[in-house]
Design a binder for this molecule. Structure first.
Ligand code: SF4
Length: 152
C-alpha cells in the first residue's frame, strides 16, 4: 500500500476546490493499492482556502524554523502546514508505505519544485513541507511526473 495526494486521485481538495486528476493515480486507489491523503486538510484547513506559498526557503527550511508558510493575504499558517506534515508521516508509518506519490509544486506536497513565495507563478527547486518531513524520515517521495505505472 502507498499513499497518494488526494487531489491526484480526483478529489476536489485543492485550495480553490478543484482537483489535479491523474488517471494512473486514481486507478491505484480504485485497485486498493493506494490510499489518499491531503496534508493540508489533515493540518486543519478546509476547502476552499487561501493559496499559500513558502517564504524564505523551502520545506526543509520550514522544518528548521528558517522559513514560513504564508497565505496570499500575509497570514502565517506555518503551524498548520507542520501539523499536516506530521499527520501524514504518521499515516505513512502506520501503513508501512514503501513510497508516496505527491503532487508537484505544492507548498505541502511538492518534491522537486515549489512556488517561490511571491505569488507570481514562479517556481524554484525545493520540497514542500510534507515532502521534506517524509524524506527526512526515509520515505521515498515521487511526484506524479516521476511516477511510472507498474511500480506497485
Ligand atoms: Fe493536493 Fe497536497 Fe495540496 Fe492536498 S496538500 S490539495 S493533496 S497538493
Amino acid at each position: 500500500m502507498i499513499l497518494v495526494s488526494s487531489c491526484l486521485a480526483g478529489l476536489q481538495v485543492r485550495y480553490n476546490s478543484t482537483h489535479s486528476l491523474d488517471d494512473r493515480i486514481r486507478k491505484l486507489v480504485e485497485e486498493n493499492k493506494a490510499y489518499t491523503v491531503c496534508p493540508e486538510l489533515l493540518g486543519g484547513f478546509s476547502t476552499p482556502r487561501q493559496p499559500a506559498e513558502i517564504i524564505g526557503g523551502d520545506g526543509e527550511d520550514v522544518l528548521d524554523g528558517k522559513a514560513k508558510v504564508v497565505e496570499k493575504d500575509g497570514k502565517d499558517v506555518t503551524n498548520l502546514y507542520l501539523a499536516g506534515a506530521e499527520a501524514t508521516l504518521e499515516m505513512a508509518k502506520k501503513m508501512n508505505a514503501t513510497f508516496v506519490v505527491l503532487k508537484e509544486n505544492s507548498p505541502s506536497c511538492g518534491s522537486s519544485m515549489i512556488y517561490n513565495g511571491q505569488f507570481k507563478g514562479k517556481k524554484i527547486v525545493g520540497n514542500g513541507v510534507t515532502s521534506a518531513l517524509l524524506k527526512r524520515n526515509g520515505i521515498q517521495v515521487l511526484s506524479e511526473e516521476q511516477f511510472v505505472e507498474g511500480l506497485i
